[in-house]
Design a protein around this ligand. Sequence first.
Ligand code: PEP
Ligand code: MG
Length: 578
Amino acid sequence: MKQNNIILNGVAASAGVAVGKVFLLEEDVFSYSKSEITPDKIESEILRLENAIEKTREELESNKNELNKVLGKNYAKIADAHLLILKDSMIRDRVIDMIKKGNNVEYSVHKVVADLSKTFDLIDDEYFRERKHDLLNVAKKVLRNLLGKTKKTLSDLEEDSIIVAKNLTPADTVTMRENLVKGFVTEIGGKTSHTALVAQGLEIPAVVGLKDITHKVKQGMTIIVDGNLGLVILEPSEETIANYEREYEIQITNRRELEKLKDLPAVTLDGKEVVLGANIENSEEVKSALKHGANAIGLYRSEFMFLSRTTMPTEEEHFQSYSKVAKMMMPYDVIIRTIDLGGDKIAKLGLMDVAREENPFMGLRAIRFCLKYPEIFKAQLKGILRASVYGKLKIMYPMISRVSEIQEANKILEQAKKELIQEGKPFKNDIEVGVMIEVPSAAIISDLIAKEVDFLSIGTNDLIQYTMAVDRVNADVAHLYTPMHPAILRLLKQIIDSAHEAGKDVGMCGEMAGDPAYTIVLLGLGLDEFSMSAVQIPKVKKIIRTVTRQKAKNLVDNLLKCYTIKEFDTVMKKFKYM
Ligand code: PEP
Ligand code: MG
């Protein structure tokens, strides 16, 4: 065997590494010809089309049920998207038109879909462009049914394998024998591709967007997938294989170790317990939060309910969604952040003109949007209030930059309560109200803000970008986006101290809270609650259980003396070996 260590760079879609044999999922290659049909055949060709569509619909429905069972409702929506395409009368009518013009059905399907997929290529938005593959997948299924072919599926897997494919459809992934899949590699896809979503859900390493990979590998050859770095290594040397096998073993041991922590408290060696919460974007994610040992939902990004739709969610929809989460999380707290539309969460919003701003991160975002459209805000507040009787909900306003915004928002909250009383709908009158501290002005007046609210939660993702004037989504300035900066450390200290002086709890729900590198610093600063993406919880918990508060405070005292990030690094390194 040649041992060249050929390294290919793709997109890191799901963390972890794996060494394994390639299972090449071949593309359907159908041969069909273009032929003309006589008028007396038109009706039977249309009937063939209808039958193939019906058969495909049955397959997709059963696929959807499987997805629901294996991965949950969120993933079943992927099959829903395919069903919607199948039901699209515009596509069907165009195919029938072509048949009526004398073309055979196979060619008609192929031509209509090929034309449509060209228009997808012109779309600017990556998410919508990705949907072209949904269309092609559905078309392929219809063609397969027209031709009466069957396909090799992942249920044919017999040994541990790394799946290599042009694209992996939901249908592919549900039929696979999950425990035999060690990794995914696909030609198509970005971070939001279905393969990436499914792989993350299953915690299987994946690299996507690797052009031509299906032509570079052969069935059964050994390759390495590095989902941490977004690499695939072909023809790995024995030494490389040994290194990655070692890393894989460490990964498995770490995972097992971390699983053991699930039911243990996040408590320091000297007995200070902190709350570890999960950040979620929809109610489906509660399962994963609980699986990873979350003791709260520290941030429900409720604006995700508004994305990718053209109508506003109703009070009832808000109520349904929040009451579900409240019940599932009992007896733990759930912080519902009121809508934070704007900034980067706007591209897929088909609601109103808020996207057309010169500078959306500093524009009509979050609480500013809500105060401008009080009816949208009130519908959400009423939904939260009604759901509050089913669990322990709290309300949190995002992007507060001055005290008056809290007062105005509270006025709308009072109106919402009044209306619910008139409508005879029950709610918890003493529901706690807090704010996010993510704008520098709010951090600077956190002493004033702390007196107005029940709790504070620090949004470092925005606080860092606004404090240091570094766009959080701009790769060119990513090196300047440094949580470990003397300014950030001082601001965090100021916020946490202000909250405590006012007798209020303070949490953090920005990414910094879930990064194990900062856990001890945040502990030393006195943070009460850490909220993060669910998979990070065990890692952070492990660290909390290894230190005393005093040791963490000493670290912070030393860091506060530093002038530069380099000095920070030296102090942090020294601490590790102490
Ligand atoms: C933050 O800004 O830190 C935060 C948690 O909110 P988002 O990332 O949704 O802006
Ligand atoms: Mg934010």
